[in-house]
Write a protein that binds this ligand. Sequence first.
Ligand code: NOJ
Length: 701
Amino acid sequence: MRMVEEIVKNMTLEQKAAQLVQIPYAQVGREKAEEWARLGVGSFLHVMGDNAKRLQEIAVKSGAHIPLLFGIDAVHGHCLNRKATVFPTQLSMACAFDPALVKRMAQAAAKEISADGLHQTFSPVLCLGRDMRWGRVDETFGEDPFLAGELGAAMVEGYQGEDNADDTSVMACAKHYIGYGEATGGRDSYDTSITYRKIKDTFLPPFEKAVKAGLASIMTAYGSIDGTPCTSDKKLLKEILKEELGFDGFVVTDWQNVSHLIREQHVAENEKDASRLALESGNDMMMNAPEFYEAILDLVESGEVKEEQLDAAVLRILTVKKRFGLFEDPFKQADERYLGCEEHLRLNKEIARESVVLLKNDGILPLTGQKRILVAGPSADDIRCNYGDWTYFSHPLPDYDTQPVRPYVTLLEGVKELAKKHNCTVDYVKGCEINEEIQGGIEKTVAAAKKADIVIFACGDNILLAAEACDRADVRLPKAQRELFKALCATGKPIVTALICTKPLCVPEVDAHSTAVLTNFNGGMFGGLALAEAVFGEINPHGKLPISFPYHVGQQPCYYNQLPGWHCRSYADMPEKPLYPFGKGLSYTSFAYSDMSFDAKTLTLRVNVQNVGERDGAEIVQVYFRDIVSSVITPVKQLVAFRKVQLKAGESKELRFTFTRSDFSLVNAQERRVTEAGAFEIMVGGRSDDADLQKCMFTLS
Ligand code: NOJ
């Protein structure tokens, strides 16, 4: 095994420059891609199967014989490959509050990614989803840094495996570093004015946990922080990430971030300027930046950039390539039979079921007795609504078409199947399209509803309303769906609403007029089936919201862990509380919390949780804390632990949570993370809203 340092020493300047470039296969095409491979380019993205193999054959025979690294957007499964398992999106998975489950998903996804001969997935997304206007909320684990960090670290572990060099391990690439979700106006890639203190306090912790879990690569965000593009922010990349966090993987820019420094962000005059800035600021690999190659060669030759700077970046990339076994086997590949295999489909169903969140239930669910059911709405029988972003529908690659591939089950199909068992009959009227201004199906739907005992209304958005560069100013249901819902309400029939949406939508009218509401966002292949199972009581839902639903777009941000204010606790025309708060999720049974105590010496919390209903069920117990007096203002509460507990009807369990002092830390005005002595309040319960939580105080000396 050659030592990477030695390889770097023997590389020509051209080979080093090429190693720092990542080329998009679909954009440049086969011929150009092969030229790049001969030149010794470091990496390609969005290339699969035989195309990847061919490029690798060229790369290992050319120049410095360094194996290529292939990256892919496999963010909820290897979904750009139509044979692969389409898992629920991150936001959907987050509803299960279950790191072990996320880890299993990532292990399965890694097997499918490497079955295609690929090595790196641009996942997990560790941005926080706090502004529903933003088009990429669906890609996040929700609004909370603690939850995002726990799930993100589990995902990294799952992808990378215990032995990184194993055929079934792939490199994780946490993104988008950093503050991307906070962009002004919820507009993708815009500037944000958050401070470094805020970054360290709120947005860095998920990345920090991913780094601790052994993260191989990290992607810089498109955006900028207070006027400095993330791509040219030395403090963010070098000081905080590489030095303070000790990140030893490599940094890759997002798509064309180098040229964005010139064209969109106007902090560089030309390609040389931008390339120098990107490299000097701490980026190691430049995604879709072919211009970087010539520019950096010129800069080194003219003495404006030192060759050692390239060496440092190349060394990071090669070290990761070595760690993942590419030098031993550039063609490492898992068994192709992993793609969409039975075991992964089973896991997929399990995740979809664990992710169902019941938001309202006036007692109508689970459905009992013989019923005539009308399934209505545009999301009921369109699998694209369940798949969400980054699937072969939304980002088709060359050689792949966009027809849905079985096995998948839509909500309608799930309801029809289960209706047989429950002696119910099912009619279906779509009623309208997802995003129509006016709809023509209203009369037909109303007529069918009048004949039914109950309506299951499936509504929401789809990837044409939410994606990268696709933000919304109005996050209500689109007009036709609102009209359809109104007409259904006028029939007086009970309505069970299934929200199949990429992210929280503002749906106060749906909440007010539905007898029951449930969601699992984009639940993947079996998201619809899981919702149908919940409706019929085949499963007892226990998912919780990883994100708050606002009443109204203008009421944002409404995440639960806000800093306290005092004058305007609520708006003159709107409550300040969300429609559905973080952590909320009902069940067909109920749980009671009692006997809470906290031992300040051992930092151990004890609490008793009892299933006081008549059905077996599971509860996701959430622990929050508040720092009573602190040098900087701290949130009204912050999640500090959670655990899923299965309880039979009537059963109770004592749960123990043990903490360390640093769990109660804050980032002070000097940007240092510290735990300040004094009083704290600790709270435990089944959701984030105050009234339901058990509380006690403790003191740290
Ligand atoms: C741009 C997106 O912002 C990022 O999330 C993705 O991984 C890259 N493009 C590669 O497709």
